[in-house]
Write a protein that binds this ligand. Structure first.
Ligand code: FE
Length: 346
C-alpha cells in the first residue's frame, strides 16, 4: 500500500515536471523596448518556460556568441536588420530551424534562404520601411519619389544621410544592387555622394532633425524613428516630425525598401526545443502585435492587422513594399561596401 502511494507520487511529480529541471530559455536580444516585457511574460505564462535575457547591441551579441563558441548558453538570438542577421548566418552562429508554423506564418522573402541541410537560418518578425523625408518648402515631392532620384543633379547639395556603412544603409544599397545591377548601383551611389548637403553623420533621427531645421533638403530614415517622434509626448519632437514631408519611394516601380528585425536559433542552443517554441510564439498574431507595435513597426506574419496611429498617418493606410528576398540585400553588402569605398561614401 505504502509502495503504491510512493510510485503514484513519483509519477505525478514527473508528469508535472517538478522533479525535472525548470524549463528555461536563454535569450540574447538586441531589442530594448519596454513593451517587450509583456511579450516575454506572456510566453512564460502560457508555456511555463522562464526567460533569462541578455541585452546588448547587435554587434555585441555577435561578438559574444563568437567568443563563447560551443559553451554559449544562448538559445535564441534577436537582432535588428537583415544585414546583421545575414552576418550571423554566414559566421555560423545560427542553426537552421524546420518549423511548419514559422514557414506558414512568415513570408518567404522576409526570412533567410533555406540552408543546404534543410531548415531556415533566421526569420523576420517585424518590418520597417526606409523612407525619404523632405523639406516641404524647398523640395518638390516629385523630385524625391524614387530612390533613384536621390542621385539626380536636381537634388545637389540637399541630401543628408547617416554613414553608408551602417547596416540600414548597407541593406538598402544591397537591395538597390538587386534591382539595378552593379554598374547602375555604383553610379547611383556616386550620385548620392555628389548630392550631399554635409558629410554623413548621426543616426536617422538626426537626418529628420536636419530637414526640419533647414540644414538638409532631403533625409533618409527608417519609419519607426519618424513614428516615434510623431507619437512623442514632447511637443517639440512632434513639431519636428510634423514639419517634414514623407515619401514611400518607388510606389510606381518595385516598391519601398523594407528591412526586418528578426530572430534565430543559436548554433549551440542548450534548450533547442524551447527556442523553437519561442520563435513560433513570436510569429503568433498576439505576439506579432507586441513585437511590431512596441517599436512602431509592421508585423511580418501574414494576415496580422496593425493598429498604430502614427504608421496609419504616415502611409495613409497602406503602401507597396519591395518583394525581393531580404536575404539578398544582406548577401550583397560586401560588394556594396567596396563600391562605397570607391565612390568615397563614408
Ligand atoms: Fe534603429
Amino acid at each position: 500500500m505504502l509502495k503504491k502511494t510512493v510510485v503514484a507520487a513519483f509519477v505525478t511529480l514527473a508528469a508535472t515536471g517538478a522533479w525535472s529541471q525548470e524549463q528555461v530559455l536563454n535569450l540574447y536580444s538586441a531589442r530594448h523596448y519596454s513593451t517587450d516585457e509583456a511579450l516575454y511574460a506572456n510566453f512564460t505564462k502560457t508555456t511555463g518556460i522562464r526567460i533569462n535575457r541578455v541585452d546588448a547591441d547587435d554587434a555585441g551579441i555577435l561578438a559574444r556568441l563568437k567568443a563563447e563558441g560551443t559553451a554559449s548558453p544562448a538559445d535564441v538570438i534577436l537582432l535588428v536588420d537583415a544585414a546583421r542577421l545575414w552576418k550571423g548566418e554566414v559566421e555560423g552562429l545560427f542553426q537552421p530551424v524546420k518549423s511548419k508554423a514559422l514557414e506558414e506564418a512568415i513570408p518567404a522573402h522576409l526570412r533567410a534562404k533555406p540552408a543546404t541541410e534543410g531548415g531556415t537560418p533566421w526569420f523576420g518578425f517585424s518590418t520597417r520601411a526606409r523612407v525619404i523625408v523632405y523639406d516641404k518648402l524647398k523640395v518638390q515631392r516629385a523630385d524625391v519619389d524614387t530612390y533613384e532620384k536621390l542621385a539626380d543633379p536636381v537634388n545637389k547639395g540637399k541630401l543628408c544621410i547617416r554613414s553608408g556603412s551602417h547596416p540600414y544603409n548597407l541593406s538598402l544599397f544591397g537591395a538597390m544592387y538587386e534591382h539595378l545591377g552593379p554598374v547602375k548601383t555604383e553610379a547611383w551611389l556616386q550620385g548620392l555622394v555628389n548630392n550631399m548637403a554635409r558629410a554623413p553623420k548621426g543616426g536617422d533621427t538626426d537626418q529628420i532633425k536636419g530637414v526640419a531645421s533647414g540644414e538638409c533638403g532631403i533625409g533618409v530614415t527608417n519609419t519607426y524613428y519618424l513614428a516615434r517622434m510623431l507619437r512623442s509626448d514632447k511637443p517639440e519632437e512632434r513639431a519636428i516630425a510634423e514639419r517634414v514631408g514623407v515619401v514611400f519611394p518607388n510606389q510606381a516601380s518595385w516598391g519601398t525598401h523594407v528591412n526586418v528585425a528578426g530572430g534565430a536559433l543559436a548554433r549551440y542552443a542548450k534548450n533547442p526545443a524551447n527556442g523553437i517554441k519561442f520563435l513560433e510564439y513570436l510569429a503568433s498574431p498576439a505576439a506579432q502585435n507586441y513585437f511590431a507595435d512596441g517599436n512602431n513597426e509592421w508585423p511580418a506574419a501574414k494576415g496580422v492587422k496593425v493598429n498604430n496611429p502614427a504608421l496609419q498617418a504616415m502611409t495613409g493606410g497602406s503602401f507597396k513594399s519591395e518583394t525581393i528576398p531580404i536575404s539578398a540585400a544582406g548577401m550583397n553588402q560586401v560588394k556594396v561596401q567596396q563600391m562605397l569605398d570607391r565612390v568615397g561614401f563614408k
